[in-house]
Design a protein around this ligand. Structure first.
Ligand code: SF4
Length: 380
């Protein structure tokens, strides 16, 4: 009997494309180190997210195509890899797969990304066509995260920004020199930096699309960039381009080209995941704690120490700023104390306003936070 090959079903394609979408992890996912790696067990296209309010939810996330003509050397989907089973979802198929999750209230929205089977704008056309069906025909008003393909034209970026609630374009690494080690086909300045600037201009305060969130992502450790270089770029991305969030994805050995710097570095995959976590902590210091990128400390090799969180490393390097006096300290001073985050500081200030005489040995906080903060505090 000849073996009959049947066309893949919609579910087959979703299985493949959602599995491959895990390599693009900048999905507005959670704040804990592994949130963005956990997916629904049955429906693997459902990714957990942590909301700004602290609640949690699920996003439907898929690639529209895993075919790609690009040569990103860290990416298992890069051109020329026969091991990848290539397939694509049409805009109609994507909408058909997604809408039942939306109408049943299981998801907060949809994250759409794609490989680049031909040109960047052809990939953008499919992403935008899907978004248009969702927004116009299905009257979908939930979260719509669209990936901007490197090298997309200004016109495609503008159409995407009109439809999306979040757009993201991965910067991948800190500067042209490192980027050249990751891809020979993509041009850092033209394919990545210029579109990021266009997105920033369209979503700037006062513009009609100012509410659209713009994000980016670094792949950490595929090239040989240092954390110091990444953090310097982060400062620019937040200060000059006013990005909403920066995400990090630790390169994992074996996924990319064997000649990548990340394949021969002494760092293990576990080290790279810890490095990713330290970068997320640093990102919080820049966004929520009033730190500037120039204040972050590095080891002699220019990397964040892996054995201590970056806020405590800063505190140890600045004994002149401690102890912080509980009865008179400003919010900014309290935010510099290891163990105290914005919520804890809010609680301490509220207690102080209500007349409480705060003492380091009796902080009205969770025990682990209180014991971390205590050595850095004085009553007055
Ligand atoms: S553009 Fe690069 S990262 Fe994206 S799918 Fe293609 S090879 Fe992978």
């Amino acid at each position: 009997m000849p073996h009959l090959q049947t066309a893949p079903t919609l579910r087959d394609k979703l299985e493949t494309l959602a599995a491959d979408a895990q390599y693009d992890l900048s999905c507005a996912c959670g704040t804990t180190p592994d949130d963005h790696r956990r997916r629904g067990l049955d429906d693997r296209w459902l990714y957990p997210v942590t909301l700004q309010s602290g609640g949690r939810g699920l996003m439907f996330k898929t690639l529209l195509s895993n075919a790609c003509t690009n040569d990103c050397r860290y990416c298992p989907l890069r051109a020329g890899r026969d091991a990848v089973r290539r397939c694509a979802l049409s805009p109609e198929e994507t909408v058909r797969a997604f809408m039942p999750y939306w109408t049943s209230g299981r998801v907060l929205g949809i994250f759409l990304t794609s490989g680049v089977p031909s040109t960047p704008d052809a990939a953008m056309d499919r992403l935008i066509a899907t978004a248009e069906i969702l927004r116009r025909r299905e009257r979908f008003r939930g979260v719509l995260h669209l990936k901007i393909i490197p090298g997309a034209s200004d016109a495609a970026i503008e159409r995407a920004v009109q439809l999306a609630s979040t757009v993201s374009l991965n910067i991948e690494t800190a500067g042209e020199r490192h980027f050249a080690k990751l891809s020979a086909r993509k041009d850092y300045l033209k394919s990545v930096i210029a579109p990021l600037k266009r997105i920033a201009a369209l979503t700037a305060p006062g513009m009609p699309r100012a509410r659209v969130k713009a994000t980016t992502q670094f792949v950490v450790g595929a090239s040989d960039e240092t954390d110091r270089e990444i953090v310097r770029y982060m400062g620019g991305l937040y200060d000059r381009l006013r990005l909403h969030r920066i995400y990090f994805s630790a390169y994992q050995r074996g996924l990319g080209d064997p000649s990548l710097p990340g394949e021969t570095s002494p760092a293990t995959n576990a080290d790279l995941l810890r490095r990713e976590h330290r970068l997320y902590q640093t990102d919080f210091l820049l966004r929520k704690y009033g730190f500037s990128s120039a204040e972050i400390g590095f080891d002699p090799a220019g990397n964040l120490p892996l054995d201590i969180d970056p806020k405590e490393a800063w505190a140890r390097a600045h004994p002149e700023r401690f102890p912080v006096r509980l009865r008179t300290a400003t919010r900014d001073d309290l935010l510099r104390v290891p163990g105290l985050g914005p919520l804890a500081v809010k609680r301490l200030l509220a207690a102080r306003r209500a007349g409480a005489r705060l003492r380091p040995d009796a902080l009205p906080l969770r025990r682990d936070l209180a014991s971390k903060a205590r050595p850095w505090l004085a009553a007055e």
